[in-house]
Design a protein. Structure first.
Ligand code: 48F
Length: 256
């Protein structure tokens, strides 16, 4: 006989233990798109304590929909090494261009990253950062559904040596830091530069170049890096996102 109360206790006790274990982290990643998942995988594989917070029910960000909800992703030659690290097969489309089924890609990124030791908290979003002096030192978290509804329920916090803003186009972690703290970012005029219109070639290069520390304790990756440091958008080509996540992990590993 299945006991409903045992089922409830199993969920509550296991989740509570998991959350408690992740209150003090090496890296707290915000956003479960390609750059966040890839960064989480390499950090976890290197033995770091890392958790990813995704405010939606499903991690994957902009990857599920390919281009205009046609669920194939394009990856250029440079991104293949990351796909291969995740065991994701790509089909040749023509010289230098490869396609990947987006559902296979997202599910494999998530599965491999979690198997490497990344803890993913879906349905939990970051609504603010924790500051220690002039440094970002953690996240202020709430249920994604609470954030969406605007119901005034107080959050909980986690501490981390680094935060990675992998929130895509809005760069929402860096945005809240600037809005609330008026800090000077590591950009030419100290402010978020903003994303530019589409140029796939430049955008792909820039998303990797722009992956770096934007403020003490706060790294940016993926499209958030282009929003913060100013870069073109690139649309549904994903090599840059994968490489950005890898670079974010490598740069933080060098400092941890
Ligand atoms: O946008 P997204 O996929 O991030 P990315 O790694 O990749 C961008 C590409 O998918 C695509 C592109 C083509 O190359 O430009 O857009 O830069 O995923 C960002 C994730 O962050 C979540 C959001 O729900 C999405 O899944 N997110 C955003 N703000 C928050 C958040 C927040 N405050 N807390 C938690 N999750």
């Amino acid at each position: 006989m299945l006991d409903e109360i045992v089922i409830s206790r199993a969920i509550i006790e296991t989740f509570t233990e998991k959350l408690t274990r992740n209150l003090d982290l090496d890296v707290a990643i915000v956003g479960g798109g390609p750059s966040g998942l890839v960064a989480g995988h390499y950090l976890a594989r290197a033995g770091k304590k890392v958790a990813l917070f995704e405010r939606n029910l499903a991690p994957g960000g902009g990857m599920w929909g390919g281009g205009m909800a046609m669920n194939e992703l394009v990856v250029q030659e440079e991104g293949l090494s990351v796909l291969s690290d995740f065991g994701i097969p790509a089909q040749v489309f023509c010289d230098g261009y490869y396609t990947v089924d987006s559902v296979l890609c997202v599910s494999s990124l998530v599965a491999r990253a979690v198997s490497s030791g990344l803890t993913v908290f879906n349905s939990i979003g970051a609504e603010d950062v924790v500051m220690t002096g002039e440094r970002v030192s953690g996240l202020v978290l709430n249920w994604g559904m609470v954030m969406k509804s605007g119901v005034p329920i107080d959050p909980l916090t986690v501490r981390s040596r680094f935060v990675l803003d992998a929130t895509g186009h809005p760069a929402s972690v860096t945005e809240v830091l600037c809005r609330k703290m008026g800090v000077r970012l590591n950009t030419p005029d100290g402010k978020m530069v903003g994303e530019r219109s589409m140029d796939a070639e430049k955008g792909e290069r820039q998303t990797v170049e722009n992956t770096r520390e934007a403020y003490p304790g706060l790294f940016v990756s993926g499209m958030a890096a282009n929003t913060v440091f100013g870069g073109y958008r690139m649309g549904p080509v994903f090599g840059g996102m994968l490489l950005s996540g890898k670079k974010a992990a490598q740069d933080m590993l060098a400092l941890l």
